[in-house]
Design a protein around this ligand. Structure first.
Ligand SMILES: O=P(O)(O)O[C@@H]1C[C@H](O)[C@@H](CO)O1
Ligand SMILES: Nc1nc2[nH]cnc2c(=O)[nH]1
Length: 277
């Protein structure tokens, strides 16, 4: 109610901006900003590169809302707060959520600067009991047992790959994202393990949000920017750090904005509602 009292825009598409990836808010037409701190109960990020505002506006010919800044579990927030925005989006009538993140490349398939469309994820903490759907379930908001066979909408993934091909972006492909809570970056042995279990990239966000968004029936598309290669050799002098993550995000932000704009243009919202999702 608070959000709708502040804007007359009624978007059906939400975009969650990962670390340093909030630049897309700068290309929205007729932007209207709402600070997280003014929205009742909305959690505020403490991480550099996560601004803390909802920005409504037009991307091409469609209304969207961008979440510039997200909270992560490693900030000490419970998962219901980490995923709170998904419940807000659902009550606003959002049908499609595009989630971006900065991630470390795990396998040979990824290199710095690649944009990887999430084909699937491994919810490592979820498998060990740290899942946003743990707790009493209110059937009005989704089933007790949520299936996760296709978390990342096939039609949206195909659109993303086609748009990347049309734009000759040869650094875009699909991959599997592993969620770990953080805030530690991975040790070399952990990287070997992540590779072994089938991950292409690893990050500290997105998956809890997607689990809740799917529980609410919203269609999801995930895009990882590979900001660094995870280090799987012992005694390396190279160390991952948040500054290099933000630097790479800055360098690739134009391409990511272009890709998201094309995807949003190509999304058919009519088709989405015709499928009942
Ligand atoms: O919000 P995202 O997943 O883009 O943020 C990543 C994970 C950590 O928050 C941070 C590490 O540099 O970037
Ligand atoms: N877990 C994790 N998250 C990241 N976000 C950006 N780079 C990384 C990384 O190497 N590991």
């Amino acid at each position: 109610d608070y959000i709708f009292s502040k804007t007359a825009q009624r978007p059906k598409i939400a975009i969650v901006c990962g670390s340093g990836l909030g630049g897309i808010t700068g290309i929205l037409k007729d932007p209207e900003l709402i600070s997280y701190k003014d929205i009742p109960n909305f959690p505020i990020s403490s991480v550099p590169g996560h601004a803390g505002k909802l920005v409504f506006g037009k991307l091409g010919n469609k209304d969207v809302v961008c979440m510039s800044g997200r909270v992560h579990a490693y900030e000490g927030q419970p998962l219901w707060k980490v995923t709170f925005a998904m419940r807000v989006f659902d009550s606003m009538g959002i049908k499609v959520v595009i989630l971006t993140n900065a991630a470390g490349g795990v396998g040979e398939k990824t290199k710095e600067g690649d944009l990887i469309i999430l084909k699937d994820h491994i919810n490592l903490p979820g498998l060990c009991g740290f899942n946003p759907l743990v707790g009493l379930n209110d059937e009005r908001f989704g089933a007790r047992f949520q299936e996760t066979t296709v978390c990342y909408d096939k039609e949206l993934r195909d659109i993303a790959l086609k748009m990347a091909k049309d734009c000759k972006m040869d650094f875009v492909c699909e991959g599997v994202y592993i969620y770990q809570v953080g805030p530690t970056f991975e040790s070399p042995s952990e990287v070997k393990f992540l590779k072994l279990i089938g991950g292409d990239m690893v990050g500290m966000s997105t998956v809890p949000e997607v689990v809740v968004a799917r529980h609410r029936g919203m269609r999801c598309l995930g895009i990882s920017l590979i900001t660094n290669k995870c280090i799987d050799v012992f005694d390396s002098n190279k160390k991952p750090n948040h500054e290099e993550v933000l630097e790479l995000s800055k360098q690739r932000s134009c391409e990511l904005q272009k890709l998201i704009s094309k995807i949003v243009d190509a999304i058919s919202l009519e088709q989405a509602s015709a499928c009942g999702i």
